[in-house]
Design a protein around this ligand. Structure first.
Ligand code: NAD
Ligand code: LMR
Length: 332
């Protein structure tokens, strides 16, 4: 058996942490033959709960789990980490926008950036989940300049999977045969879920659904507002779907995307034509393929005028969030 991969989960005593840790131990993230050591970080008020999670993981006797570091010390948690899933932070409640949790969460990501930079393994892959996910990832990347920019990403795979799920429900095509939807931009209500290049059961989605008014209206709103709908229904934000999408994101990044398939990842924009004109340096969700542990943006897609406007609107929100985060940090 290969050497274990060290996977850190921050906010590990929380809802997503509780759903994610067992998935990682079952091989859903890195594969059924890859042993793991879990590094679980939370804050002192959650220390007892964190110990409880660690006890349950021992009790589950996962064959792939080769060790647990459960700690409230960020430096200890980051030591020797290969994959860092940054979930720690405060979730939004009913009626809030994700950027409303910015004040609390941006400060956390600035602080944890240095610990990651100093203690994680070179080549560590970072996935930021806590909201506002794109802006937290950008701040983490900016304050950890030794971590290559392309190694810091944020989660929009949940939105991507939500889009696939909606198309599957509408067409009756199994979700495994729905492909290549795109989430452009921010993990927020301005994201643009784009079906123009996707297929369902091998047919273009627009043809398979045959209802452009639905696709340009209700479909987009449903995907954009799905997080809020889950909060309204559960009184808690999504957790099992978020954890499952985290596994999808890391698995495809590390092991490669399946042939002919792309996925959505929040990544730093390289700017220019290769980034569909999205300003360089924004943490923006693009369609990507992954090979040998590296993502690249899918090239050559035709962007119509309507899509362009929606892609620009979500970029504008990201620029606004970035400025807001910088202001908050300057005032700290
Ligand atoms: P939760 O409140 O259940 O858990 C968060 C955990 O983070 C808590 O245990 C808390 O003690 C811990 N925490 C707080 N500050 C910390 C710090 N400085 N270091 C380490 N841990 C810290 O929340 P949750 O439901 O698990 O959601 C976590 C985050 O993920 C929220 O910001 C939520 O909005 C976000 N989220 C994002 C997506 C996405 O698709 N990007 C999906 C779902 C949830
Ligand atoms: C989600 O999309 O479910 C999460 O970002 C939680 C939220 O606040 O919507």
């Amino acid at each position: 058996m290969a050497a274990p991969v060290h996977v850190m989960i921050t906010g590990a005593a929380g809802q997503i942490g509780y759903a994610l840790a067992p998935m990682v131990c079952r091989g859903a993230m890195l594969g059924p033959d890859v042993p793991v050591v879990l590094h679980l970080l939370d804050i002192p008020p959650a220390e007892t709960a964190l110990k409880g999670v660690a006890m349950e993981l021992v009790d589950a006797a996962y064959p792939l789990l080769k060790g647990i570091v459960a700690t409230t010390d960020v430096a200890e948690a980051c030591k020797g980490v290969d994959v860092a899933v940054m979930v720690g932070g405060f979730p939004r409640g009913p009626g809030m926008e994700r950027k409303e949790v910015m004040g609390k969460n941006v400060a956390i990501y600035k602080g944890q950036a240095s610990a990651l930079e100093e203690h994680a393994n070179p080549g560590c892959k970072v996935l930021v989940v806590a909201n506002p996910a794109n802006t937290n990832a950008l701040i983490l990347s900016n304050y950890a300049p030794k971590i290559p920019k392309e190694n810091v990403t944020c989660l929009t795979r949940l939105d991507h999977n939500r889009a696939l799920g909606q198309v599957s429900e509408k067409t009756g095509v199994p979700v495994s045969d729905v492909k290549n939807c795109i989430i452009w931009g921010n993990h927020s209500s301005t994201q643009y879920p784009d079906v123009n290049h996707g297929t369902a059961g091998g047919k273009p989605i627009r043809e398979a659904i045959g209802d452009d008014a639905y696709l340009d209206g209700e479909f987009i709103a449903t995907v954009q507002q799905r997080g809020a709908a889950i909060i309204a229904a559960r009184k808690l934000s999504s957790a099992l779907s978020a954890a499952s999408s985290v596994c999808d994101h890391i698995r495809d990044w590390v092991n490669g995307t399946p042939p002919g398939t792309w996925v959505s990842m929040g990544v730093v924009s390289p700017g220019g034509e290769a980034a569909y004109g999205v300003e360089e340096g924004l943490m923006y969700s693009f369609p990507v393929t992954c090979v040998d542990g590296k993502w690249s943006i899918v090239q050559g897609l035709t962007i119509d005028e309507r899509s362009r406007a929606l892609m620009d609107a979500t970029a504008a929100e990201l620029k606004e969030e970035k400025a807001m985060a910088e202001e908050l940090i300057a005032a700290m």
